[in-house]
Design a protein around this ligand. Structure first.
Ligand SMILES: [Zn+2]
Ligand SMILES: [Zn+2]
Length: 390
């Protein structure tokens, strides 16, 4: 089969590789009908995530048709059309029973858990196509993919909904929703969202559905800000105005009640702290650029909540913990517990509350992946979301 493989920093190729096979009784093989490139894939493309190996198959947002099943899977049939969560979860461990599926204890194989435990103390769940530290699983930017724990990991979708409408249940729609839920929004709140990429867009829409009165989107790409405005958000272009002053002014000096960091470890912009972080990265003594998190802590109103769906990878310098503590802020984070949100969000899609396909900017074939990665990284205003049909 053909698959999109990582060969090194900014080196992604479409290669012929052996078809995946059933390895365990709870596996399924899916023939992929649609797969997307995620903003978090750009951290891999940029060489920011440790424990990638040349030849790893990328992709964690995908859906398709079941073409083979292990003997242990009794709730699926060949031919079922399914969306697959990017977090791999056994469905049976302490964490899965609490629906904390991105923290599953059983989906990251032991050898890889050692790396994760050395870095983080404990291992989170395995992820598709996202480094050996997180399982080393082949991803879904391919014609076929093996889905472990398929009985909990394959979510059947109704025929009347198109791939475009349901594909993003695999990651970014639940991620945007959980970001808004984690922000602990109360009716009438003002919510600031840094980063108007796909996750930010869904966080904005989810924040309104969860009771926000005002949502303020912060980015520097006009197209993305325009998409945020279409959803009812006010916008701040950080290249034109001072974000901190603008947020203070528009909230009567109080600051936003809730702040969502949908940017993560690779902040853009020429703020002094961000330039310092870039310099540390360049000489190998820094991992992340947490400019947005610093800004959110200082901007947030006293007693407010910061929700952080953006991905961070390592050790973060110079966080204003004095402000964080003395303002009594709450910080909520985590990889998304995708399984928990698929059914309720499917119902939201069916009801027309959320239209996920508004963010799709490009539909390409799998063979166009190398160019698509480059364009998604370098022309982010134009390339909001790339969907590929293998
Ligand atoms: Zn993703
Ligand atoms: Zn589990």
């Amino acid at each position: 089969m053909r698959a999109v493989r990582w060969h090194g920093k900014k080196d992604v190729r479409v290669d012929n590789v052996p078809d995946p096979e059933i390895v365990n009784p709870r596996d399924a093989i899916i023939r992929v009908t649609s797969t997307a490139i995620c903003g978090s894939d750009l951290h891999l493309y940029d060489g920011m995530i440790p424990s990638m190996q040349a030849g790893d198959i990328l992709g964690h947002e995908f859906m398709g048709e079941v073409v083979a099943l292990g003997k242990g899977v009794t709730n699926l049939r060949i031919g079922d059309r399914v969306v697959v969560p990017f977090t791999i979860a056994c469905g049976q461990c302490f964490f899965c029973e609490k629906t904390l599926t991105s923290l599953c204890d059983n989906s990251n194989p032991a050898d890889n858990q050692d790396i994760a435990e050395a870095m983080m103390g404990h291992s989170p769940s395995g992820l598709f196509g996202y480094s050996h530290m997180l399982g080393g699983y082949a991803g879904g930017q391919a014609e076929l993919v093996r889905v472990p724990f398929a009985d909990t990991g394959c979510f059947k979708v109704p025929a009347h909904l198109t791939d475009d409408q349901v594909l993003f249940l695999s990651d970014i729609l639940p991620t945007g929703w959980m970001a808004a839920e984690n922000a602990e929004i109360e009716k009438g709140d003002t919510v600031a969202v840094w980063g108007a990429g796909p996750v930010g867009q869904f966080a904005i829409r989810s924040a309104f559905l969860l009771g926000a009165e005002r949502v303020i989107a912060i980015d520097h790409r006009p197209g993305r800000l325009a998409l945020a405005a279409e959803a009812g958000a006010e916008t701040i272009d950080f290249e034109d105005v001072d974000v901190m002053a603008a947020l203070a002014e528009t909230t009567g000096g109080n600051g936003p009640d809730r702040c969502i960091d949908a940017v993560g470890m690779e902040a853009h912009g020429l703020a002094i702290d961000n330039i310092q972080d870039r310099a540390k990265q360049a000489i190998g003594i820094g991992t992340d650029r947490p400019h947005v998190l610093r800004q959110a802590i200082v901007a947030c109103r006293k007693g407010g909540t910061i929700s952080m769906p953006g991905v961070y990878g390592g050790l973060l310098d110079n966080l204003p913990m004095g402000a964080f503590v003395n303002k009594g802020l709450t910080l909520k984070t985590g990889q998304t517990h995708v399984h928990r949100y698929m059914q309720p969000l499917l119902e939201r899609i069916e009801a027309g509350d959320i239209k996920p396909d508004v963010i799709i900017s490009h539909r390409l074939s799998l063979s166009e992946a190398p160019g698509a990665y480059d364009d998604f990284l370098n022309k982010q205003d134009e390339f909001t979301k790339v969907v590929m049909q293998p």
